[in-house]
Design a protein around this ligand. Sequence first.
Ligand code: GDG
Length: 475
Amino acid sequence: MSEAEFVVVANRLPVDRVAGPDGEDFWRRSPGGLVTALEPVMHQVDGAWVGWPGRPDLHVDPFDFDGTRLVPVQLSAEEVELYYEGFSNDTIWPLYHDVIAVPRYRRVWWDAYVKVNRRFAEAAAAATAPGGTVWVQDYQLQLVPQMLRELRDDLTIGYFHHIPFPAYGIYAQLPWRKQVLRGMLGADVIGFQRVADAGNFARSIRRLFHYETKGGRIVVPEEDGSTRFAVAKAYPISIDAESYVELARKPEVQARAREIREGLGNPRKILLGVDRLDYTKGIRHRLKAYGELLEDQRLSVEDTTLVQVASPSRERVESYVNLRDEIELTVGRINGDFDTMDHTAIRYLHQGYPREEMVALYLAADVMLVTALRDGMNLVAKEYVACRTDNRGVLVLSEFAGAADELGSALRVNPHDIDALKDTIVRATEMPGAEQGRRMRALRKKVLENDVERWSQSFLAALDEARSLRAAVGS
Ligand code: GDG
């Protein structure tokens, strides 16, 4: 197998195996933002991507797709259950989102996590050329940086953490807290969404290892008595803003937005929520506030409709099954109480949509509701802003989403404070056009300037710096 100079390691490969019309399966590029972000980098250098192909027990040899070498890591059905659904999504995910749901600590899940992380590290070690660079993505693979360093000390290693990193008082619950930190510390550059996440990480390092940390630099003692530096800093992720602008400018997408409004009975205001169906996204708080506003008659169904897209997610994890039941019960109750023959309170859609349809929805929405209880960044907020080329629309944004650090001109809200959330929703529906314009222009400037290309470039620049430093120290 040929070796690549630049290797991305992520839980998933950037392609999906889909069934063709003739019964033959084929690979299709998955629509994720990370794929778009890294595409130019992958094409500039000789790049490879290591990841799971998305189906249990599927054995596939490395293959080329769209000019990138893809290296599949095989997982059994049991490993998917223990490593992915169990440790990643039922231990780490709830713990790192401030225990909104109760994390479950199971030793068999941890064992599978270690085993699978090792498999990813071995695949990356085999795929990377001498002196190459590896960029590991996200919480499913926290142990890979250190495992990889042990296999290949000639590599420059980066790790980006897409979700929050919790305060020490919460992190300390994790029975394997030291092993996980050691795993991440194997990287030369450890990237987080917010400055606060990087701070929490550094604090945990100090508390558990007493290493010196200063200005985002951590001094890591090695077994042979030498020391090395690891950088832990915020690199807030973004979207490919220009591609959203282009879609938003398409006449057919704009026509579709008008059609959506008409289909809803041309209400004065359309409110929109777009989330994976996840307990971190604050969908229940949003529904509670909206239901009470109808109850209080501060809003009416003749005037307002809430469109809630809740795309299916992690449907085999129990807390997600319960969440879906709860949300659907609430939506049913609110609609039952307030719908008329001609108007609906909530148009609830438990489906995934093509990107064009999402953009049409963003254009149709007067108010975008992002009420996450905890969120690494929240790309939906940035997508809404990018699409509003008309400088209209209001973004209501939870202060607990990473995006709140950059998007100061949104209407920021604490979603736990239902009264404040209600007042903010009313304020958003009543905001004069001039204020909408002023705020939206400021938001758009941020999102268009700090796009995903800038994100990947700044992270890769930090990795380059780390490489030079290593060379200087090593020589
Ligand atoms: C994690 C972190 C961080 C959703 N439904 C549909 C659809 N989507 C797209 C959205 C957006 C993406 O999925 C969701 O991204 P978010 O950032 O909102 O949230 P997570 O999935 O939780 O992502 C998060 C992110 O990683 C990146 O680092 O921001 O904090 O939790 O792009 O548009 N897209 C389409 N149809 C749908 O029905 N096409």
